[in-house]
Ligand binder design. Structure first.
Ligand SMILES: [Zn+2]
Length: 324
């Protein structure tokens, strides 16, 4: 056999071995998708969800696209989540009183001057404390808030600010549906029976956009979780900052979240999130992301984008905590 012939045979054998190794998965998914992505996961229903590289500067977050954008903000021990699709904007909670000005600054820096639906999930300060700043500084179409907790100072501030600015304040009920551009959202729970705690009065919201589904639980606990059935959600904003009183096994087996996002303050006095809740989330097959450890040990936010068929989540160095 000539040298040249032998060499080409060797190349052929190497090629066959390479193809067999590729088919057997020897090189792993990460090799195939490229080194740009830290991880790549495919959910059970074949919807592709990627967790991409970190973004260090808030300036790099460009919301002017035709995708669904959701930012799960770090606002210390509090909640604040922005949802934007084309020109329609929804904000679920606005952090504590001290965080309101930071939330407003961020929105203004992103040229967001109006909000179609401003939601106060429930009357606690860590959710509606910053709402008055948002109402005072942006054009608000609708404010959605439950009826429970009316006598609280922060609730009264929201009502008063809405009256001063002539903003419509509504108390939605379970089953109410609304639209943000081409995405639909539904109020999944709005408990108002006598004796309902502030947490369990939380407006739980399901958002669906084409093939993707998202569930935002406010601070709802097991009582709410047990009150109805739930659809699968690709991404779950975990109830009550990852408390053990939320995220029950039965609930998680229905929701089956691919990703679970916990908005929680670093070294908070309540010792949240609970290890038990995290274990239940992981046991149901969910990947858990938390704002107190968004970037390794650093606090930060998560920026999700979706075209309705795939979801991408990026860790972003945004900190809107006003108590620091
Ligand atoms: Zn809370």
């Amino acid at each position: 056999m000539s040298k040249r012939r032998k060499k080409s045979n060797n190349i052929l054998v190497s090629l066959i071995v390479f193809v067999i190794l590729c088919i057997s998965g020897f090189f792993g998914k990460d090799y195939i998708v490229g080194t740009n992505e830290l991880a790549k996961e495919t959910s059970a229903n074949e919807l592709q969800i990627t967790l991409s590289q970190n973004i260090d500067y808030a300036e790099e977050v460009n919301l002017d696209n035709d995708k669904l954008n959701i930012i799960f903000f770090y606002v210390g021990q509090a909640d604040c989540t922005l949802i934007k699709l084309n020109d329609d904007v929804m904000l679920i909670d606005a952090g504590n009183n001290a965080d309101g000005k930071n939330v407003v600054s961020f929105l203004q820096a992103k040229n967001i001057t109006h909000i179609d639906y401003l939601v106060g999930t429930h009357a606690d300060e860590d959710h509606i404390g910053g709402l008055d700043d948002v109402i005072n500084n942006l054009d608000i179409e609708n404010v959605l808030i439950p009826t429970v907790g009316k006598s609280g100072t922060d609730y009264k501030n929201v009502v008063e600010t809405c009256e001063n600015k002539n903003v419509l304040l509504q108390n939605p009920t379970m089953g109410d549906t609304f639209k943000i551009d081409k995405a639909n959202f539904e109020i999944m729970s709005a408990m108002e029976e006598e004796g309902t705690s502030d947490n369990n009065s939380s407006l739980a919201i399901n958002l669906s956009y084409n093939e993707t589904n998202y569930l935002f639980m406010g601070d709802a606990e097991t009582e709410v979780e047990n009150s109805r059935s739930w659809a699968k959600a690709n991404v779950l904003k975990v109830g009550h900052h990852g408390s053990n009183s939320s995220s029950s096994e039965k609930f998680l087996n229905e929701v089956k979240p691919d990703y679970s996002i916990i908005e929680v303050g670093k070294d908070n006095q309540y010792n949240l999130p609970s290890d038990k809740a995290i274990k239940r989330l992981e046991d149901c097959g969910s990947k858990v992301l938390r704002t107190d450890k968004a970037n390794g040990e650093e606090v930060g936010s998560f920026w999700l984008t979706s075209d309705g068929n795939t979801i991408d989540i990026k860790e972003v160095n945004i900190n809107l905590d006003g108590n620091e």
